[in-house]
Design a protein around this ligand. Structure first.
Ligand code: CP
Length: 305
């Protein structure tokens, strides 16, 4: 693994290795601390968009591993926000830092950055992929329910970054994956091509009740990011009618089914307040596991080099 730009950068063995390292680092942290695996290393934490979990978990994670993490707002603080070419920013930061985490919009910008940086680059979220989140989701499911192979994962919502990454991550981990999206909100074409190689282990559905049936874990994410009252918001509310995780919908899942949400959540849209609160412990463990799994990604990319 040279970079972590999307889940398909990983092999099944690499996914399993990252999760094993994450479990180990979590246990060591709870027992009093981790060896300084990143001693002398520096990580640029570049954000072109808002973030609570990704930013803070990387900052704390790099600190706990004994490295230096520098947060930078790429839109308002760096010269890239005033037009400096991306590949120049990449070549400069690559000379100072051992690794760059970047949250941005377009996956192709991240890929271009990685091409020029000369150091490992980690996707902190793009419109296409959210691999750090999905590794945390897999860690959380495995931690609670045991080996992932054969378990049924169902994603209900918008076929964007979370769906794209969960489909690939779940299949790489040997899970059965159902992805339920309204017709106009399907996952990326290359992700569907990847998934169809797994035959009946993957299904793309439009009926949430069919998708959640007998699921071990159901995952959702925000599908209405538009400002309230806008045409876009109104049309999303219409298109996603019936896609809310409710207690009634989840009756079809296994009785002890986990419910995960990457956060932030819009209660009353993609998830009801009752379902959110009933599964809050799982959801906040999922958020905590961002810290542990990202430390594992950094350890694998940097400390084991
Ligand atoms: N889930 C997630 O990526 O959270 P943030 O947007 O707060 O980083």
């Amino acid at each position: 693994m040279k970079h972590l730009l999307k889940m398909s950068d990983l092999t099944p063995a690499e996914v399993a290795h990252i999760l094993d390292v994450a479990d180990e680092l979590k246990a060591r942290q709870k027992a009093g601390g981790t060896e300084p695996l990143l001693k002398g290393k520096s990580v640029a934490l570049m954000f072109s968009k808002n973030s609570t979990r990704t930013r803070t978990s990387f900052e704390v994670g790099v600190y706990q591993l004994g490295g230096l993490g520098n947060y930078m707002n790429a839109a308002t603080e760096l010269q890239s926000g005033r037009g400096e070419p991306l590949k120049d920013t990449a070549r400069v930061l690559g000379r100072y830092y051992d690794c760059v985490v970047w949250r941005t919009y377009r996956q192709r910008d991240l890929e271009e950055f990685a091409e020029y940086a000369g150091v490992p680059v980690i996707n902190g979220l793009t419109d296409y992929a959210h691999p750090c989140q999905v590794l945390a989701d897999l860690m959380t499911i495995r931690e609670s329910r045991g080996p992932l192979a054969g378990q049924k994962l169902c994603f209900v919502g918008d076929g964007s970054n979370m769906a794209n990454s969960l489909i690939v991550g779940g299949l790489l981990a040997g899970m059965k994956v159902d992805c339920v999206c309204p017709h106009g909100y399907r996952p990326a074409a290359d992700v569907l091509m990847f998934a169809h190689r797994y035959g009946s282990a993957f299904r793309l559905l439009e009926d949430p009740a069919e998708g959640v049936r007998d699921a071990d874990a159901v995952v959702t994410a925000i599908w209405n990011t538009a400002a309230p009252g806008t045409t876009e918001s109104e049309s999303r509310l219409r298109d996603f009618a019936g896609f809310q995780l409710t207690s009634t919908l989840l009756k079809a899942a296994k009785p002890d089914c986990m419910v995960l949400h990457c956060l932030p959540a819009h209660r009353g849209e993609e998830i009801s307040t009752a379902v959110f609160e009933a599964h809050a412990d799982e959801i906040f463990t999922e958020a905590e596991n961002r810290l542990h799994v990202q430390k594992a990604v950094l350890a694998v990319l940097l400390a084991e080099k």
